[in-house]
Write a protein that binds this ligand. Structure first.
Ligand SMILES: NC(=O)c1ccc[n+]([C@@H]2O[C@H](COP(=O)([O-])OP(=O)(O)OC[C@H]3O[C@@H](n4cnc5c(N)ncnc54)[C@H](OP(=O)(O)O)[C@@H]3O)[C@@H](O)[C@H]2O)c1
Length: 341
């Protein structure tokens, strides 16, 4: 397969390159960048020196997409909307966008969280690629919007409880590492201000709540269903830890069994008997979950940990590609992460 990664100089682009360069079905990889065109890929992503001596190509979305089997876009928010027309016109076999541009089909919900859409006519081409939930439902998809990193962790926890009798809207408290903000330095990612620190952001309306609500309403079969996402920045580099809490209208005493049943047969989701730890997923495409009930069975908590750049971005996108192609969804994704890390 011939694969292209647009925006390959960023953190997500680098993870995508690492994965597709090791994918058994990928024979050719093209990486493009506006800022790094002509530079060796390994100069910017040093760990990839073992895998490639190629250079970044120039940013030319249409020309790059032409003749490719799969095109990944790992561009900043809003950029995908600018270039998607040229990419679509070039006719690649499949397009997978990792930005937020095409994740939300409900126009009002999109605009509430992101402002007016720059390419609203394109949105309905895209299937939402929450790979561990949609699974083989992605088979045959030609355009996929990969979910956001917070949204992935939150939705795996929400999907676990989506069929339970809920007494209120669930709330998900989640903390991410600094790589979630990309590689452009900002005050909130500057080491002296981020290390040993923690703070909330996007309070009462984090942008990822839009895509979370769209899926949650579908799972609950209720267009008014609500869920709250409480996002925080933590002092580590990679990984998201999310804890969902929800009161129940009828008691449930073995939520672990419910969650295991929800994810039965899903290769990258493991439901543990104890709360999961972040370092157990870093560097891998795994999601680890745990569920517990209060002694009266009237409250449930679900924890979920993921690597934001793999399960929350590049890994999930490659898994979605595998599912869309109808090949083994694990292809190129079985490498375990390092531990301890
Ligand atoms: N980070 C995450 O955990 C995560 C997870 C899921 C989805 N996403 C989404 O994926 C997309 C890419 O995110 P990202 O975290 O990869 O963002 P990023 O690291 O900021 O990269 C995005 C683009 O910024 C440009 N860039 C700006 N300054 C650069 C520099 N000094 N060196 C190299 N490149 C530079 C690069 O494009 P040019 O070289 O062409 O300028 C790069 O492709 C975003 O839409 C984001 O929302 C991110």
């Amino acid at each position: 397969m011939k694969v292209a990664v647009l925006g390959a100089a960023g953190y997500v682009g680098g993870e995508l390159l690492r994965l597709v360069l090791q994918h058994p079905d990928v024979t050719e990889v093209t990486a493009t960048s506006r800022s790094q065109a002509g530079k060796p890929i390994a100069e910017l992503h040093p760990a990839l020196a073992l895998l490639t001596n190629a250079r970044f190509g120039a940013h030319a979305p249409g020309d790059t997409a032409r003749g490719k089997d799969v095109v990944f876009l790992a561009l900043e928010h809003g950029e995908s909307s600018q270039v998607m027309g040229a990419v679509v016109d070039a006719g690649p076999g499949m397009i997978i966008d990792l930005a937020a541009d095409f994740r939300i089909h409900d126009g009002k919900l999109h605009d509430l969280h992101y402002g007016p859409h720059q390419a609203p006519e394109m949105v309905h081409r895209f299937r939402y690629g929450l790979a561990d939930v949609v699974g083989t439902g992605l088979h045959g998809a030609k355009a996929i919007a990969a979910p956001g990193c917070f949204a992935t962790a939150a939705q795996l926890a929400l999907y676990a409880v989506a069929d339970l009798p809920l007494a209120a809207a669930p709330a998900v408290f989640a903390v991410t590492g600094s790589s979630g903000a990309g590689q452009t330095p900002r005050p909130t990612t500057h080491h002296p201000e981020r290390a040993n620190n923690m703070f909330a952001y996007g309070v009462m309306g984090h942008r990822h709540e839009g895509e979370v609500l769209e899926q949650w309403r579908e799972w609950r079969r209720d267009p008014a269903a609500h869920a709250r996402l409480m996002c925080h920045s933590g002092p580590w580099v990679r990984g998201i830890h999310a804890t969902l809490h929800v009161p129940l209208s009828e008691p449930v005493f073995d939520p672990g069994a419910v969650v295991r049943q929800r994810f039965a047969g899903r290769p990258f989701v493991r439901v543990l008997d104890d709360p999961p730890e972040l370092t157990h997923v870093i560097g891998s495409n795994m999601a680890l979950l745990h569920a517990a009930a209060s002694s009266d069975g009237r409250e449930v908590q679900v924890m979920c940990v993921i690597d934001n750049l793999i399960k929350g971005a590049g890994g999930q996108a490659v898994q979605a590609m595998n599912l869309a192609l109808g090949t083994d969804e694990r292809a190129g994704l079985l490498a375990p992460g390092p531990f301890p890390c």
